[in-house]
Design a binder for this molecule. Sequence first.
Ligand code: NAD
Length: 249
Amino acid sequence: MELPEGLITALENAGKVLVLTGAGMSAESGVPTFRDAQTGLWEKYRAEDLATPEAFRDHPQVVWDWYMDRRNKIREVSPHAGHIALVEMEQYFDSFALVTQNVDSLHQQAGSTSVIELHGNIMLSICSETKKLIDETWLRSNPGRPPASPHHPQGLARPGVVWFGEELPQASMSHAMAEAYGCDVCFSIGTSTLVQPAASLPFIALNAGAVVIEINPLPTSLSPEAHFSLKATAADALTTIAAGLARRK
Ligand code: NAD
């Protein structure tokens, strides 16, 4: 792809960069998004009806099994060239904060350092009552679906993700907001910028004077506001940007 004029120059002049990624970033690796129709056993369910505290309270086994299925699908995929390009880009800036709404660790697998996870991590299990982390060895020796929690007599193991209607981890969100207020360039990649509060981050950066670069094949509410709106996939756009930086920096 060809980059719009001025994009690499904006990056060359930047000290602090914030990157926000969403489901589209992982979709390119083959992780199904919540908006994709479900398949097989899960055809009759909508993802957004399973990812809630109420669904887990009423049907813990269905929700647990669905997450175990998603875990297994995620184990089969790998980071793509766009994930790797983000790792390469870190070296060019004084500060490079990577904030993700994804729960699959693909950024960490690619080698990104200090990823800020806003929606938790699907590979971890926590207690439904105390939210304390549950040790994997303990889980393996307790076969329920879901297994009971060792941390509370009424507790069950649940995936370590943020469900609809739940608060985001406060420390992660505060850190992400501080990065949004202070960055020179903000990337918004593979996110519909619909699901709050993460969706507010590129708008905070924009209002604070940052150059905003969106990467998404489809238009979003951010597209008309962004300084650069690249209608491309994450892998295509990010590899082109990383190559452009390597030539110029
Ligand atoms: P999203 O599914 O809302 O948006 C994904 C975006 O990625 C879309 O705008 C799509 O055009 C874009 N995209 C697709 N392929 C791409 C590619 N190869 N490269 C770049 N962009 C691509 O996901 P989100 O914005 O991350 O949503 C935030 C969070 O909310 C996620 O954690 C998600 O799981 C969850 N969610 C909830 C609901 C719900 O109905 N409650 C719906 C969707 C997402």
